[in-house]
Design a protein around this ligand. Structure first.
Ligand code: HEM
Length: 392
């Protein structure tokens, strides 16, 4: 692609070999002159080169620890019950509830408090997340970095970066004020980022980009996976019926109690539904390039250092029997761990730091809503061109 060597990884086997087994050599990122430099001030963790990324990654490892997951489970249990309340009272706004569910959880984990943003601020955060994602590999300068960024293109992207910075500051400044006043609640920002020894404790822009990156990544991908679940639920009533039977056998047929995280082991079909949602409609179609720092020999090919490897999720997720069918059963013989056999969370050293949090929160949302609600398509809510799709 342009002056760069891209290699698309199209099967589970090659992803495992190149991204997992060769993770030491394929764990870097290339330069992203637009999305990384201009739009993100070189500070959004997901696109940083290893040398600038390592320190933040060490802090983020906390999110994968058993203690952290236990601490966050209370937040997730409470927010998933609020989600049910919201579905019940405003069912037609389900997509908004899905976003506010994932956003609230990420916000509470990172800042320790319920969100106090106005609707406009929340919309801004969502907008800039989408703009950032769209800016990745969207410009010719990403493929010919030696061209530099010429005017007037430069000013378009740098204005976007300045706007994102402004949105983040409006979100961040009140938090810092609470820290200064000694009234900030316990949180990942207060207790991990600002307590660290290096640049994150002293450089508040660094701390802000790390915290906001976690909130943005944590809310947007989860929201999309949750929306896919709604589509799968409406289109596959027999799958939902089977899942309901499984939950009934654990929680009782008369709504004796809601499912909770302690039931995860006893409800493997719910985790299978989650994995199938991510396989069926991958929410990250192309995983951002993993850049190699060493020559790699594989299957008779030699990939020079500097090659960019892209996980092509659409091909990899389609590598099953009847790929268009939604069949959670295909995951039943595999580990429940949501990264087992599924590359939607990336892999190697760059693997998503939030995959265990995502598993817990999507498990709760799916299990509770399957237990409490029926998912039925509403003819009048469909565009007229699609209304025939529903039987009378
Ligand atoms: C369905 C949900 C999710 C999906 C599909 C997803 C997917 C991904 C992917 C593909 C990457 C890049 C991996 C790579 O390059 O190999 C990533 C990185 C990341 N994810 Fe997730 N993610 C999800 C949920 C979450 C959650 C809940 C959080 C936080 C609470 C989170 C935080 C992050 C962060 C901070 C990074 C950057 C990590 C780094 O720079 O080292 N993600 N995610």
């Amino acid at each position: 692609m342009g002056s760069r060597t891209w290699v698309a990884l199209n099967s589970n086997r090659v992803v495992k070999e190149i991204i997992s087994k060769n993770c030491v050599s394929t764990g870097d990122r290339p330069d992203f002159p637009v999305a990384g430099s201009l739009v993100s001030n070189n500070k959004r963790t997901v696109l940083r080169k290893t040398i600038d990324w390592k320190e933040g990654r060490k802090l983020m490892h906390h999110l994968l620890s058993g203690t952290a997951l236990k601490n966050y489970s209370g937040i997730q249990e409470a927010e998933s019950t609020t989600l049910l309340h919201n579905y019940l009272h405003q069912p037609d706004q389900w997509h908004r509830h899905n976003y506010s569910y994932s956003y609230s959880i990420a916000h509470r984990i990172v800042l320790g408090e319920r969100t106090r943003q106005t609707q406009k601020q929340l919309d801004d955060i969502r907008r800039i997340t989408v703009e950032f994602i769209r800016s990745i590999n969207s410009s010719i300068f990403d493929f010919f970095p030696s061209l530099g960024i010429f005017q007037p293109f430069r000013s378009f992207w740098s204005c976007m970066g300045a706007d994102h910075y402004k949105v983040f500051r409006a979100w961040w400044d009140p938090v810092m004020q609470d820290m200064a006043d000694g009234i900030a609640p316990t949180s990942f920002t207060r207790d991990v980022i600002l307590q660290s020894k290096g640049k994150y404790a002293t450089n508040h822009d660094e701390a802000m980009y790390l915290a906001t990156s976690i909130v943005a990544a944590g809310s947007d991908n989860v929201r999309m996976a949750h929306n896919v679940f709604m589509m799968a639920a409406v289109c596959n009533p027999e799958v939902m019926a089977k899942a309901r039977t499984e939950i009934d056998s654990v929680c009782g047929r008369d709504a004796n109690r809601l499912p909770d995280l302690a039931d995860m082991e006893s409800l493997p079909y719910i985790s299978a539904i989650l994995k199938e949602c991510l396989r069926w409609r991958p929410v990250v179609p192309l995983i951002p390039q993993h850049h190699s720092t060493k020559e790699i020999h594989f299957d008779g090919y030699v990939f020079p250092a500097g090659t960019d490897f892209v996980i092509n999720s659409l091909a990899v997720c389609g590598e099953v029997d009847d790929p268009a069918d939604f069949k959670p059963e295909r995951w039943e013989s595999r580990e429940m761990n949501i990264t087992d056999g599924l590359w939607q969370f990336g892999g190697g050293r760059r693997v998503c730091v939030g995959y265990k949090i995502a598993h817990q929160e999507l498990f709760l949302a799916f299990a509770k809503s399957i237990y409490c609600f029926d998912f039925i398509p509403v003819r009048s809510a469909l565009p007229s061109t699609q209304q025939n799709w529903l039987a009378d």
